[in-house]
Design a protein around this ligand. Structure first.
Ligand SMILES: [Zn+2]
Length: 189
């Protein structure tokens, strides 16, 4: 693991590293805190409202999110969670999701509307978050990344294959990663 001044690049589908199941973090070290700092920088720069460590090439169970933040309002209220785990789920919600690792695509995904998430903060203390709506969606989306699951793995096979074909065509044409036809999602997870 390295830390540098340059922003870490976000891995894009179909990078095989996005399919890996990430390892639990055994201790919150300075290295982990530096990785969290790097991830927050990338998330706010993109911008996105959540990021998981595998998206920057680190197969460890660490996520960051800030569902309150918008570009217009500079106030930042990030959540950083080590070894996050969903311990309770309630209700259903369908949200149009996008992902920094899935360029130029959005699709409706059904998830739990409320979740309780347990994990460890950067001081090594156990913490719990109750989340609802967008924040609950974001927790579920980021924790999926730790298990090698992308939101396009949770849509119909037909929709997924149409996206995969379009993405492969764009890659063959050598299109810039951000050069697709669709505007970025309002809330890119
Ligand atoms: Zn994502």
């Amino acid at each position: 693991m390295t830390s540098s001044m340059a922003l870490r690049p976000v891995l894009k589908f179909p990078d095989p590293r996005l399919k890996r199941v990430s390892e639990p973090i055994s201790a919150v070290t300075d290295e982990i805190r530096a990785l969290a700092r790097d991830m927050l920088e990338v998330m706010y720069d993109e911008p996105g409202i959540g990021l998981a460590a595998p998206q920057v090439g680190e197969s460890v169970r660490l996520i960051v999110l800030d569902t309150d933040w918008t570009e217009e309002d500079a106030a930042r209220n990030p959540i950083v969670l080590v070894n996050p785990e969903i311990v309770e789920r309630e209700g259903k919600i369908t949200w149009t999701e996008g992902c920094l690792s899935v360029p130029d695509y959005q699709a409706d995904v059904e998830r739990a509307n409320k979740v309780r998430v347990r994990g460890i903060d950067l001081d090594g203390k156990p913490v719990e978050h109750d989340a609802e709506g967008l924040r609950a969606v974001c927790f579920q989306h980021e924790i999926d990344h730790l298990d090698g699951i992308l939101f396009i793995d949770r849509i119909s096979r037909l929709k997924r294959s149409l996206y995969v074909k379009r993405r492969q065509k764009a890659l063959r044409r050598g299109e810039d990663e951000d050069g697709g036809a669709l505007p970025p999602a309002d809330h890119t997870l």
